[in-house]
Design a protein around this ligand. Structure first.
Ligand code: GDP
Ligand code: MG
Length: 180
């Protein structure tokens, strides 16, 4: 029958230089630039984000660089920070995908077993390795996230159809992906 549009806010977090901006560019424009200059050059530390930034997100991606063990261990801090500041309207934690990026590079600083255990212990909906550079698993990973978000919308107490006629033009106007 009819089709329906959804607008979702997806957070992409993780340490500097793991590939977050590249992911957004790849997914939204199917482009990759290895000459892209980091917005926060040199900053490699975990910084907790404000509640305002996290607000109303439907899902999140936490990304690390497989060649950099610190970015992997910091993923736990990103996840904990996020869980402490954000839940779905239903009270459930926001579905969060763990992306092991730069899989095209070697050697890896972490093993698949380590990532797998970490993902389970920290309540991710799952994880996968990606190479934003080689466009590996990017669309597939985002598809998983989108399916999860749509399912949550259907199950959730706030369904789009029962919400009434008010259309929030402020959120509707910021369509697509944006990033830092
Ligand atoms: P951000 O700070 O997390 O937004 O990271 P950027 O998107 O700015 O990426 C940091 C650097 O890593 C850039 O030089 C990218 O070209 C590079 N990069 C991003 N993704 C990949 C990848 O999958 N493989 C490789 N080899 N390099 C990547
Ligand atoms: Mg960036």
């Amino acid at each position: 029958m009819g089709s329906r549009d959804y607008l979702f806010k997806v957070l992409v977090v993780g340490d500097a230089a793991v590939g977050k901006t590249s992911l957004v560019q790849r997914y939204s424009q199917d482009s990759f630039s290895k000459h892209y200059k980091s917005t926060v050059g040199g900053q490699e530390r975990f910084t907790s984000m404000t509640r305002l930034y996290y607000r109303d997100a439907s899902a999140c991606v936490i990304m690390f660089d497989v060649t950099n063990a610190t970015t992997f261990s910091n993923s736990q801090r990103w996840k904990q920070d996020l869980d402490s500041k954000l839940t779905l309207p239903s009270g459930e934690p926001v579905p969060c995908l763990l992306l092991a990026n730069k899989s095209d590079l070697s050697p890896w600083a972490v093993t698949r077993d380590q990532i797998d255990r970490f993902s389970k212990e920290n309540g991710f909906i799952g994880w996968t390795e990606t190479s934003v550079k080689e466009n590996k698993n990017v669309n597939e990973a985002m598809r998983v996230l989108i399916e999860q978000m749509v399912a949550n919308t259907r199950e959730g107490s706030i369904s789009v159809s029962s919400q009434g006629d008010y259309i929030n033009l402020q959120t509707a106007s910021t369509s697509g992906w944006s990033c830092c």
